[in-house]
Ligand binder design. Sequence first.
Ligand SMILES: C[S@@+](CC[C@H](N)C(=O)[O-])C[C@H]1O[C@@H](n2cnc3c(N)ncnc32)[C@H](O)[C@@H]1O
Length: 260
Amino acid sequence: MSGFDTRWLDLRERADHAARDGALLRAAAAYLAAGGEAPLAVDLGSGTGSTLRAFGSLAEAARWRLVDNDPRLLEAAASRLSGFGAVERVEADLTRLSASEIEGARLVTASALFDLASRSFVEELAALLAERRVALYAALNYDGAMRWDPPLPADDEVVAAFNRHQTGDKGFGPALGYGATEALREAFARQGFEVRLARSPWRLGPGDEALHALFLEGVVAAVAETGAVEPARLADWAARRRAAGPFCEVGHWDVLALPR
Ligand SMILES: C[S@@+](CC[C@H](N)C(=O)[O-])C[C@H]1O[C@@H](n2cnc3c(N)ncnc32)[C@H](O)[C@@H]1O
């Protein structure tokens, strides 16, 4: 299992949905809808089904398959997707990606997944999708940029350590971290896809205090593991950041790769 909990995924969903690039989302939905009656979309690393909820009414004409290695999240998806008709839920470990998970799909989707994945996973997936002429819509790939308002002197040091931690092994081998978007662009372009990119930054502000607090906890835990920032300095930074409020921008990109 992956260790992502429903509280974190539920809390981030509003910011995630606000951040997604609308034009790319609509283009992905239009591509899916052009696939005849009840085309299949497969969401990799689905968690509780946030991508499906982001499609909203655009998802209705399609069949969906959610794939995740965490049975608790797939279980939680059921109650969170009651309005969406039949949704297949498949427990599978993507580090051993097989064609069966994506068989029959017209569109593969993912969100906040590829920064955990490795370059070889992305290349394998691009080859599998190219052979089958399946499109990819990959939203919310972290790009390494975090900016708070007001800034603090230690921000850059903490973000640099966090970004190093992001490239550690998350089950797939060395993770792409903030390099995920570029790896997706390269691998899918090499396989002949038309690749479109759009920014999808989180812009946190009033009302995002709980999300920001949990996000800070995650940043601090990751940075502490690196040992790159002295513990007292890190604790001081976190206390000041909490006190300064949730005003921050966290960079992400959305990627749409369409077969030509
Ligand atoms: C950051 S969460 C994103 C969840 C969801 N896509 C969303 O946007 O809310 C990453 C998801 O990838 C899943 N995941 C991580 N490693 C995986 C693996 N090896 N096989 C399948 N799923 C995996 C986790 O269980 C988690 O649901």
